[in-house]
Ligand binder design. Structure first.
Ligand SMILES: Nc1ncnc2c1ncn2[C@@H]1O[C@H](COP(=O)(O)OP(=O)(O)OP(=O)(O)O)[C@@H](O)[C@H]1O
Length: 383
């Protein structure tokens, strides 16, 4: 598996878009995502260097616009492509991180959590982890699995599994060997999928959500569900222990204040959300730059340049440090819901521009992260 995989997924129109008679301006063909530039005058295919269609290529382009179409990408399909890789690497002793990125209402929570009838990546990954463990136990392996669930809201951390005890006041510290961690975050021993399910439901009920113009139930925080497991068994007739950590992240949506209708508290939240997403983008860019400078000057440069990666500029990037480079496999899924309407074309066309700047370009840069992670990851398999 490549160390970083990037996928995009287009969701169905929501009621707001249907009411406004929105027109879809995106097409997908295999790995390619094509975006229509509605700013060009009708009949022109290009103008001053701008093309009518802009193409982007990703590891996967998921068409989930209409469930009746034959190439509709279901939750099962997304899980098979991306989730199974995560499970493989976790059992091999690598850390993994899966996160969904995109504008508010673009389908991040649906992809990560899903609904009870249509489960997303997080429950499917957890379910398979336990069935793999059950099979491993029959072959003599033993496992110890713990989970934690936190949210980052306005740059402050809350334990979603002990919400009243901590109330957004947990401190992020750094362990000299293990790196950044949240002091006082509860860890819960789980023995089967139903334990995890119960914790997930409990944690989700404590997430900070609100209604915005863009989404009736908008996540206003970044949520990190972490599964830590230790496998004990035998390798070459010697006892061995492998420790892995899987971060499953549901990011809050990037947004523009005018489109989301945010004022007051919502506006403040939006500013924090955007700040940490911008930092996430800067970290990825810095890692990509680091990768190219290493290629030019050799591996000796790595330690010196690492201090320039702005992990510490947001709580999110600081906590995900060990999943964005180093010993990790990373999967990013960008949710997109592109549309223009006949009524509000100016407003929605500028939403498209936001995506072109914040979305695919940012994701594009991640392409070069492959080599960073490939060159630095190592197994934490200890014998
Ligand atoms: N692939 C999909 N198929 C069907 N419905 C979807 C899909 N993706 C998203 N939706 C629906 O679109 C709405 C918005 O999705 P969701 O809440 O996942 O967005 P979000 O990006 O997590 O938003 P926010 O950042 O505001 O939390 C939900 O009602 C969800 O069920």
């Amino acid at each position: 598996m490549a160390s970083v995989k990037v996928a995009v997924r287009v969701r169905p129109f929501n009621q707001r878009e249907l009411d406004m008679e929105a027109k879809l301006i995106i097409q997908m063909d295999g790995k390619k995502t094509r975006i229509f530039n509605s700013k060009l005058p009708p009949g022109k295919e290009s103008d001053h260097g701008r093309e009518r269609w802009k193409d982007f290529t990703f590891d996967h382009s998921y068409w989930s616009f209409d469930a009746t179409e034959s190439h509709y990408a279901s939750q099962e399909k997304v899980y098979k492509d991306l989730g199974t890789d995560v499970i493989e690497s976790a059992f091999e002793g690598y850390n993994a991180c899966v996160f969904a990125y995109g504008q508010t209402g673009s389908g991040k929570t649906f992809t990560m959590m899903g609904t009870p009838e249509c489960q997303g990546l997080i429950p499917r990954i957890c379910k398979t982890l336990f069935s793999r463990m059950a099979a491993g136990k029959e072959e003599g392996a033993s496992y110890r699995t713990e989970v934690s669930y936190l949210e980052i809201y306005n740059e402050r951390v809350k334990d979603l599994l002990q919400p009243s005890a901590t109330n957004h006041s947990l401190r992020v510290r750094e362990h000299p060997r293990r790196g950044p961690y949240v002091q006082g975050l509860s860890r819960h021993l789980v023995t089967d999928y139903s334990d995890i399910q119960e914790l997930m439901v409990r944690g989700n009920n404590h997430r900070t959500t609100a209604s915005t113009n863009m989404n009736d139930v908008s996540s206003r925080s970044h949520a990190i569900f972490t599964v830590m497991f230790v496998q004990a068994g035998f390798s070459n007739n010697m006892p061995s222990e492998t420790e892995s950590k899987v971060h499953l992240v549901d990011l809050a949506g990037s947004e523009r204040a005018d489109a989301s209708g945010a004022t007051g508290q919502r506006l403040k939240e939006g500013a924090h959300i955007n700040k940490s997403l911008v930092t996430l983008g800067s970290v990825i860019s810095a890692l990509a730059e680091l990768s190219s400078s290493q290629k030019e000057s050799g591996p000796g440069q790595r330690r010196a340049s690492r201090s320039f990666i702005p992990y510490r500029d947001s709580v999110l990037t600081w906590l995900l440090r060990d999943s964005l480079g180093g010993n990790s496999k990373t999967i990013m899924i960008a949710g997109i819901g592109f549309s223009v309407t006949l009524l509000h074309s100016d407003i929605l066309v500028s939403e498209l521009n936001i995506y072109l700047v914040q979305g695919p370009n940012w994701i594009w840069q991640c392409g070069s992260l492959h080599s960073v992670v490939l060159s630095t990851h190592c197994s934490n398999h200890c014998t």
